[in-house]
Ligand binder design. Structure first.
Ligand SMILES: NC(=O)c1ccc[n+]([C@@H]2O[C@H](COP(=O)([O-])OP(=O)(O)OC[C@H]3O[C@@H](n4cnc5c(N)ncnc54)[C@H](O)[C@@H]3O)[C@@H](O)[C@H]2O)c1
Length: 349
């Protein structure tokens, strides 16, 4: 009998009482797939090599996957991240070990773009302060004229990054009648033109945009990309939105400009330290809207991520190249090709 294809889910997919963290992650396609077994790992972070000795595939939530997570038996073939950020994964170590790292841009594209629009609309319509005023009764109502919102027609949205999420944001904004600009050194120029987005330099985005959106990955190149100098270029009426990764923005510098009301405000789904220190001064500011790295968390987001990961691990089981591999160079190696051929002969294509 053929040994089953074994899939591990990182331990953080379950709560302490063993119930699923994301009930919308449908595991039925794994349960019903022929010759597949799956199980949750103990919640160790980073994932340890000995936990993975008997597994072919790992579906990974937020736990880290490092060199120490790789068992020397060479059995693990794919790490499927539940989401698109992979700064928690040592991709180079995976490549050396012949492991493909897969992400789920299809699952997060719409939910994160919608969360950027949510922050943009909440900031420019002063939703948070108006909510507070209403709860104050007559005294609050009397002050409603002090908090005029900003209309968006003809205003400029500038995105740092026009990839999966940035492009979707521009798609969603088409009916808003805004001017659209972006900075992205690796932009797909044809796509930008199709979406009516003018590609400009980073400083120009900061200078011209009424809303500066951050949608690029965190890397050594983008760490503190939005720093004091670039914040200083922003209009006093402009807002900053970051749903990408906290350290892309120098949060101390941002706190300074927000405290001094040098810019109008910010919407942040991500912070440099998560969760933040309760004494972090940014938590006290009334011109910032905060979310706990979860604004895009919806039933549809998790269903989409889960479906994409399950598809990827089942593709590998049948020796098919999964879509959306981060470390594409691994796919050309002899080692990978041999493993795919072995899977095809064990489980069929
Ligand atoms: N808040 C959340 O829950 C959440 C969910 C999903 C993704 N994210 C974050 O959003 C980021 C963007 O996701 P995506 O799916 O659009 O990724 P993507 O890789 O498709 O797009 C990122 C874009 O940024 C561009 N880029 C790279 N370096 C840049 C630089 N120096 N300046 C400007 N642009 C640069 C790339 O060329 C690419 O076009 C992810 O890296 C992730 O960190 C956050």
């Amino acid at each position: 009998m053929t040994a089953p294809y074994r899939v591990a889910l990182s331990g953080d997919f379950r709560k302490a009482d063993a119930s699923p963290v994301f009930p919308d992650f449908d595991l039925e396609p794994l349960r019903s797939a022929p010759s597949v077994e799956f199980t949750y790992l103990e919640p160790l972070n980073p994932v340890r090599a000995e936990q993975l000795e008997h597994f072919d595939a790992l579906i990974l939530l937020a736990h880290r996957f490092t060199q120490e997570s790789i068992h020397p038996n060479g059995r693990l073939t794919v790490v499927a991240r539940f989401g698109v950020g992979y700064d928690t994964v040592d991709v180079e170590a995976c490549t050396r070990a012949g492991i493909a790292v897969v992400i789920t841009p299809d699952g997060v594209r719409r939910p994160v773009a919608v969360s950027i629009v949510t922050l943009m609309l909440a900031l420019t319509s002063k939703l948070m302060v108006k909510d507070r005023l209403t709860r104050e009764g007559p005294a609050g109502f009397a002050r409603k004229g002090e908090h005029m919102g900003i209309g968006l027609v003809g205003r400029t949205l500038g995105s740092i990054g026009i990839g999966n999420i940035g492009a979707e944001l521009f798609r969603l904004l088409q009916p808003f009648g805004m001017k659209l600009i972006a900075h992205d050194p690796y932009a797909d120029r044809e796509l930008a033109a199709e979406l009516g987005v003018e590609l400009v330099g980073l400083e120009e985005v900061c200078r011209r945009a009424d809303i500066v959106n951050v949608s690029c990955p965190l890397s050594p190149e983008t760490h503190h990309l939005v720093n004091a100098e670039r914040l200083a270029l922003m209009k006093p009426t402009a807002y900053l939105i970051n749903t990408a990764r906290g350290p892309i923005v120098d949060q101390k510098a941002l706190t300074k400009v927000l405290t001094a009301r040098r810019i109008a405000g910010a919407g942040l789904d991500v912070l440099e330290q998560e969760p933040p220190d309760p004494a972090d001064p940014i938590l006290k500011l009334d011109n910032v809207i905060l979310a706990p790295h979860a604004l895009c968390w919806t039933d549809q987001c998790f269903a989409g991520n889960g479906a994409a990961d399950v598809r990827a691990v089942l593709d590998v089981q049948h020796g098919r190249e999964p879509r959306l591999v981060v470390n594409k160079s691994v796919l050309a190696t002899d080692r990978w090709q041999k493993r795919m051929a072995a899977f095809r002969s064990r489980f069929g294509t």
